[in-house]
Design a protein around this ligand. Structure first.
Ligand code: SF4
Length: 221
């Protein structure tokens, strides 16, 4: 509860700061950062939701269309459910609705003829192209942020995602920091990382968030 008294730093109290569990270390900067991330999550959810309803699809159908697009002919129903952290029944229902709208279709998996995968129809391609623009208002503002700040933010956020993925909080993370090919940069390049698959050294600004070539460490090692 905000008492109106100043916090120890002389600024007003912040309701994002709260007492930790018994015995837990409480760092108010960590709590304010967690609250800021939650606020950004709310912003992105709102942006997705508005665009989804404007295009006549549900937020889950919006996400499914983008995942089917990104997986480009490799989208199995069970994988889509895992990636979006929903039950298989929920994913199946949303995929059936997308099939009724003739936005996706079931096709034989070219990699395994016993399976079926989801693929976009011509109308689904058109709609998903528009849906990829959901982040326009955000990227327009990020364009004004210094490159070094953005690169550091990307590394910190992907580090948190990797940690939470390791703890099982996030099911799928196709990021460099969870990839079996991610390695230290080659000596003499001055670059901190290396992609062993493509044999390229790189820095924070080039970390991948959703890499088509990603191989999870646990599955490949
Ligand atoms: S394959 Fe992709 S995710 Fe993996 S290290 Fe290379 S660029 Fe990063």
């Amino acid at each position: 509860m905000n008492s109106g008294n100043p916090a120890p730093d002389g600024l007003p109290e912040d309701s994002a700061v709260h007492e930790g569990a018994a015995g837990a270390r409480v760092d108010d900067l960590d709590q304010r950062l967690a609250a800021a991330v939650e606020r950004m999550g709310h912003v992105t959810r709102t942006m997705l939701l508005r665009q989804a309803y404007a295009e006549g699809v549900s937020p889950l159908q919006h996400q499914l269309l983008l995942r089917v697009r990104a997986l480009d002919g490799r989208a199995r129903g069970s994988d889509l459910a895992t990636e979006l952290d929903v039950s298989q029944a929920t994913a199946s229902e949303a995929l059936s609705a997308l099939r009724r709208k003739e936005l996706v279709e079931k096709v034989q998996d070219p990699a395994d003829r016993r399976n079926v995968v989801y693929s976009l129809t011509a109308s689904g391609e058109e709609l998903s192209e528009r849906l990829t623009q959901w982040d326009g208002p955000l990227t327009a503002r990020l364009g004004e942020v210094p490159e070094a700040d953005k690169a550091t933010t990307l590394r910190v956020l992907l580090g948190l995602v990797a940690d939470l993925h390791g703890e099982g909080v996030v099911s799928v993370a196709r990021t460099c920091l969870t990839c079996v090919f991610f390695a230290d940069g080659s000596a003499g390049t001055g670059l901190p990382y290396r992609c062993d698959l493509l044999q390229v050294d790189f820095d924070d600004a080039h970390l991948r968030v959703d890499c088509a070539e990603h191989q999870p460490r646990s599955a490949a090692s």
